[in-house]
Design a protein around this ligand. Structure first.
Ligand code: BG6
Ligand code: MG
Length: 225
């Protein structure tokens, strides 16, 4: 499918964890801790697979990996997910603007200065707290509420809603992601996908950068033409 050229782009829809800030490390740490407790073997494949996935879907993925998906009642599963979240919330309570990933603040300023609209499309129910601790709330007047979604990433719903909140056609939006499931969601929503990170993992991204410092309007323009 032919995607937009740079001049057609009007808005940016951002993932949060692993794009704006390195909270993916805290999610990983908290899930790894729970997996150890449940006696489920941890691996890089499991770690990568969890990125972008909602809290309960993440727990299910971990239990499935250990063939334990039928070992817990729904109430017990909720308690396990809550335990992970308590550990995660403790980590993010210590965050400050110093935890913003390199280049992101400048990029957001540049987007604002050039009249692009900005929305957040994070699966995390802790997104608004993280933005507040990073002092970035003002940059994101539009936030998709993950509690309103019927399906998580890789389903396009969250990115479709992000464009809707901006009042823009999906084709005129760029989605930014660090997770394979997220890139799939952006592509399925018909937005232009920018992937940040590993080339193999993010092979489906329309544009990819090794890290956030490389994500500039000039570099995106160069890549899209
Ligand atoms: C995503 C993260 O952004 O949010 C996942 O990549 C996380 O790792 C998901 O599980 C849900 O986050 P939360 O804070 O609602 O548990
Ligand atoms: Mg992410």
């Amino acid at each position: 499918m032919v995607k937009a050229s740079f001049d057609q782009i009007k808005g940016f829809v951002f993932d949060l964890d692993g794009v704006i800030t390195d909270t993916s490390l805290y999610h990983t740490k908290a899930w790894h801790q729970l997996a150890d407790k449940l006696d489920v073997a941890w691996s890089k494949t499991l770690e990568d697979g969890l990125k972008g996935i909602s809290r309960m879907d993440s727990l299910e993925m971990i239990l499935k990996t250990g063939n334990k998906e039928n070992d817990y009642s729904q109430d017990e599963k909720v308690a396990l997910a809550t335990e992970k979240n308590t550990n995660y919330v403790n980590e993010i309570s210590k965050m400050t603007p110093e935890n913003i990933l390199p280049g992101i603040k400048d990029f957001l300023d540049d987007l604002r200065a050039n009249g692009y609209q900005i929305a957040l499309a994070s699966a995390s129910k802790n997104g608004p707290t993280v933005l507040k601790n990073l002092e970035l709330t003002d940059y994101f007047p539009k936030i998709v509420d993950p509690a309103t979604l019927s399906k998580g990433k890789p389903d396009p719903e969250i990115y479709t809603k992000g464009a809707e909140l901006l009042g823009l056609a999906p084709e005129t939006c760029i989605g930014v992601e660090d997770a394979a499931a997220g890139v799939q969601a952006i592509n399925a929503a018909n937005e232009v996908s920018v992937g940040i990170g590993d080339a193999t993992l993010l092979k489906e991204a329309d544009v990819r950068f090794d890290n956030t410092a490389e994500m500039t309007l000039a570099n995106i323009k160069k890549a899209l033409g």
